[in-house]
Design a protein around this ligand. Structure first.
Ligand code: SF4
Length: 686
């Protein structure tokens, strides 16, 4: 800091990493970002930033950032002008459409991009390309949250606010490790637990919050649903429900209750590897200590029954009347800064802006856009990659997304991507996908180089402000999409003067954000939707006055076990996740000083397992599944149970997704990243 000198100016914006949505001030000197500091007046972060927000801004000026367009010719990336690159991209998209119709093209949107950019991305897919083949990375993380909460409550977003952490009488954290993945939320939960608020943690690993928990239940990977069903069964059986709430505000209880009878604590305890008495204590504590607030993460969603797992949590909240009141509800901890926003803006193959069903909101979109939209639902992100392998999808536009690194089964993903005739990448760096299969590269502006908004995990829309201009020749997604649309003969609907105008158009098609303008956000700070009018204060607690469908809906939830089963050949169940210092594919944090804090991924392994395999701390361990293999350094720790290793997946060198399998959530198709049967062996390398 001394070497850089004090910033000449500070710009208030929102952290580009996780869905907590901390506000930050970014310091600039000599036209370059030199530091970041927290904002004390932020209602979300209240003067704090974690190690990612505080120190993770350097990627913007990383030496390998690509700031001029590239075209791959004869297998080699060559510099190109914007005119040449846009012409090549547009021509490839047109050619694919001519050869296979609109369904032969697809778009993967970025949950790092702003709401405005995501709104334009799905509009581009639908109007300029004529396809509903558009999806975002919510597919590989929290699509089951939207589906499970949507089916039950009628709205697929967090019911409450982070401020309710301080209002809750009990906190229950399920399949989430906010201390590392949403550190500012994690710190607030930790403070409440230390102050004596009861905390239930459900997680196979003994996380830092589990150490503070009143009760920690550690189910075997893949057994969330039976555990939550047993808790519900016990709450019903012991009469710990809220009968008035159930009678007035729910439907379908009878069939749901009947489906629970088989889930006794004894049966479930044996299945999950948990003492039946611990399940009883947890169920009683949750039901009798209100208001009770649930947070859940990818440990719930990235399962073969992700959607049903989320619905099971929603059912627990309904049974006990913990919906529609402060300090309660079911709250997904959204991963990426704007994953809530990208899905809400309509980057979804069967939903439009506002997560409104395609069939129900096509008309209003067509009115505002002045053009018809395709009728048939499109392919989701994983289906698009499958279709590429089958020759049905010929061209793909990928914005701020690295499917080769982040999708499960990397070998199969590569084979499928190889089937594309054109892959146009919009990004800051040559991602693994771009390096291997890209045909045109369009350099994008970083999160510090554009205007717009993000939507955090509590439905709060917050401003993103330009700190510095786009580096070199890079452009905002908004400018890139507008230019591409012009070349495809669909320019007019993309001629917005600025990001505020794009947002204003989104407000016309989604009434829940009609009252939120950029001007209002600048004056008042972030606002939570629904906010239907300019004089509406926003909605910190959903469903206080009722559910969108009138009543919340219980439904029987059967159990579909994971396809990943252990045997003599594959005796371990691998779990995967993130570390405090890095974010997802580490495209950003891997190019910052956070690399000094944690350079490589590691495999957490119980010390007894490590000893049996002859592994010590730092030794390389070969991890082999039925689908592929990778090698990581060993980190012996009793935070994982015997037989249940845990791998972080950030570094390209590790390529953990070579080993993850084809299992997908039966409703949304979200990959089952959390359960893979593997074999481990010491490699013998130094
Ligand atoms: Fe950024 Fe999330 Fe850390 Fe806040 S908690 S500083 S939003 S990464």
């Amino acid at each position: 800091r001394l070497a850089a000198g004090l910033p000449e100016r500070w710009v208030r914006t929102t952290c580009p990493y996780c869905g907590t949505g901390c506000e930050m001030e970014v310091g600039v000197k000599g036209g370059r970002i030199t530091e970041a500091r927290p904002v004390f007046a932020s209602p979300v972060s209240r003067g704090h930033l974690c190690v990612k927000g505080r120190y993770g801004w350097g990627f913007s000026d990383a030496p390998d950032r690509i700031t001029e367009p590239l075209i791959r010719r004869n297998g080699v990336w060559e510099p190109a002008t914007w005119d040449e690159a846009l012409a090549a991209a547009a021509s490839a998209l047109q050619q694919a459409r001519r050869a296979g119709g609109p369904s032969a093209v697809g778009v993967l949107a970025s949950s790092r991009s702003t709401n405005e950019e995501n709104y334009l991305t799905q509009k581009f897919a639908r109007l300029a390309l004529g396809t509903n083949n558009v999806d975002c990375c919510a597919r590989v993380c929290h699509a089951p949250s939207a589906a499970g909460l949507g089916q039950t409550f009628g709205t697929g977003a967090a019911t409450n606010s982070y401020a309710d952490i301080e209002r809750a009488g009990l906190l229950m954290v399920v399949g989430a490790n906010p201390t590392e993945n949403h550190p500012i939320v994690g710190a607030r939960i930790r403070q409440r637990a230390r102050a004596g608020v009861p905390l239930i943690v459900i997680d196979p690993r003994r996380t830092e919050l589990a150490d503070l928990a009143t009760i920690h239940l550690a189910p075997r990977p893949g057994t969330n649903l039976p555990l939550l069903q047993a808790m519900a069964s016990l709450i019903l059986g012991e009469g710990l429900t809220d009968p008035a709430f159930l009678a007035a505000r729910t439907e379908g209880l009878e069939a749901y209750a009947a489906s629970l009878r088989e889930w006794t604590p004894e049966r479930v305890g044996a299945l999950c590897g948990i003492e039946p008495e611990a399940i009883r204590r947890a169920a009683r504590l949750y039901a009798t200590t209100g208001p009770a607030m649930i947070f859940h993460g990818l440990g719930v969603t990235e399962q073969r029954q992700g959607t049903d797992g989320v619905a099971a949590l929603a059912h627990l909240a309904l049974l006990t009347g913990n919906v529609g009141i402060p300090g309660a509800g079911v709250n997904p901890l959204r991963g990426q800064n704007n994953v809530q926003g990208s899905a809400q803006m309509g980057c979804e193959p069967s939903r439009l802006t506002g997560y409104q069903k395609l069939a129900q909101s096509r008309e209003i979109h067509a009115q505002v856009w002045g053009a018809e939209l395709p009728e048939e639902p499109g392919l989701n992100a994983l289906e698009m990659i499958d279709a590429a392998g089958e020759g049905r999808l010929k061209a793909l536009l990928v914005i701020g997304y690295d499917p080769l690194l982040s999708h499960p089964g990397a070998r199969e993903t590569a084979e499928n991507l190889n089937g594309l005739e054109a892959l146009i990448v919009v990004d800051l760096f040559l991602t693994e996908t771009a390096k291997a299969f890209g045909t045109v590269f369009l350099p994008a502006a970083s999160p510090f180089e554009k205007e717009g908004t993000y939507m955090n995990g509590e439905r709060r829309v917050q401003r993103v402000r330009q700190v510095v201009p786009p580096k070199g020749g890079s452009r905002t997604d908004m400018a890139i999409l507008a230019a591409l649309a012009e070349r495809l003969g669909a320019g007019q609907p993309f001629r917005h003067p600025d990001a505020a105008a794009v947002w204003d158009e989104a407000r016309q098609v989604w009434p829940a954000i009609a009252g939120i303008s950029h001007g209002r956000l600048d004056q008042e700070g972030g606002l939570q939707w629904p906010c239907p009018a300019e004089d509406h204060p926003g909605t910190p607690v959903l469903h206080a006055g009722g559910f969108p469908g009138g009543r919340a809906a219980f439904r029987p939830l059967g159990w579909t076990p994971s396809l990943e089963v252990t045997n003599g050949e594959f005796p371990f169940l691998l779990n995967t996740g993130r570390s405090l210092f890095h974010f997802n594919a580490a495209t950003m944090t891997g190019r910052t000083r956070n690399r000094e804090l944690r350079a490589d991924d590691e495999l957490e392994l119980h010390p007894d397992d490590a000893a049996e395999l002859g592994l010590s701390a730092g030794d390389p361990v070969h991890v082999q599944s039925r689908h592929g293999a990778f090698t990581l350094r060993t980190r012996p720790t009793d935070r994982v149970r015997r037989g249940e290793p845990f791998a972080t997946f950030h570094a390209v060198a590790a390529y953990v997704n070579l080993a993850t399998g084809p299992g997908r959530d039966t409703v949304t198709g979200t990959p089952e990243y959390k359960v893979t049967a593997v074999n481990l062996r010491a490699t013998g390398d130094a």
